[in-house]
Design a protein around this ligand. Structure first.
Ligand SMILES: Cc1cc2nc3c(=O)[nH]c(=O)nc-3n(C[C@H](O)[C@H](O)[C@H](O)COP(=O)(O)O)c2cc1C
Length: 250
């Protein structure tokens, strides 16, 4: 098998639960420390004496938390639009690259965004796909409907049995299109894509927090069920991340 196929398979997780060996945590091995102690010296740095040039940023970092319990309140289209833009919107293009609110190694942005909608104002429940090229340079989002989607029945199995996710008004699913990164980074592409995904998740979470919404990143998902729901069936494009969004339950 080529290194590229092997790497693609590594990122293609067959089943989160069954694929995982027994952890030291499950064997009650004590957890590792929060950090290493390398130097015997302790130098308390002077705290930053605000205000920050970008007001509100610090509060945003304080308020961002994973939220798994959602109020029975639909997302507005504006909220969804802003979340999609901040995750993958295209601010401008430069040659063969697109520049977006998130960084991506080599500006390859090898991801697609899908939205499982349960409750978004003015949108029929279903599965949608975001097309950022429709709105280059604008802070808005255009989506296309792909198919019907039975959120109540399908979401928990797709997310490795996480029943709480059924209460989210929408869940963003991110897939990778590995060739978009391999085109430039060949067999290094997969490592870069995994790093990219962290930035993407953080943007969604901070944007949700800025909108007064809660969110939760999820790596526990069932590859086959997610790919089936998104109508994908090979290693040219497959699910790599899911993020729930909605108003936190009071
Ligand atoms: C890559 C990644 C995967 C995660 N997967 C899950 C998940 O599948 N289910 C879940 O409930 N939380 C998941 N989380 C959320 C973490 O549990 C959470 O970030 C952590 O407990 C710290 O809490 P905080 O986000 O409120 O700071 C994930 C977070 C990250 C960054």
């Amino acid at each position: 098998m080529s290194v590229i196929s092997e790497n693609r398979r590594f990122m293609h997780c067959p089943s989160f639960k069954e694929g995982m060996s027994a952890s030291d945590q499950s064997k009650e091995v004590p957890p590792p420390p929060f950090h290493r102690v390398i130097s015997p010296e302790s130098i308390p740095l002077t705290p930053f004496e605000g205000p920050l040039p970008c007001p509100g940023y610090e509060a945003l970092l304080d308020v961002r938390r994973s939220v798994r319990s959602y109020a029975d309140k639909p997302l507005t289209q504006g909220e969804l639009s802003f979340l999609l833009w901040s995750a993958q919107g295209i601010q401008f293009t430069r040659g063969h690259s697109s520049l977006r609110p998130v960084p991506s190694g080599g500006a390859r942005h090898p991801f697609e965004t899908y939205i499982a909608v349960r409750a978004v104002e003015g949108l029929a429940p279903g599965m949608y796909h975001y097309t950022p090229q429709s709105d280059i340079g604008e802070k808005k989002a255009t989506i296309g409907r792909i198919c019907e989607f039975d959120f109540e029945d399908k979401i928990a199995p797709m997310l490795a049995g996480q029943k709480w996710a059924v209460g989210a008004p929408a869940i963003l699913f991110f897939t990778c299109v590995p060739y978009r990164a391999e085109w430039r980074y060949v067999d290094m592409a997969h490592r870069v894509m995994l790093i990219d995904l962290g930035h993407l998740g953080q943007n969604v979470m901070l944007s949700a927090a800025a909108l007064g919404l809660g969110s939760c990143c999820m790596a526990a998902y069932d590859q086959a069920l997610c790919d089936e729901a998104l109508r994908l069936d090979d290693l040219e494009e497959y699910t790599v991340y899911a993020i729930s969004v909605g108003t936190a339950h009071a």
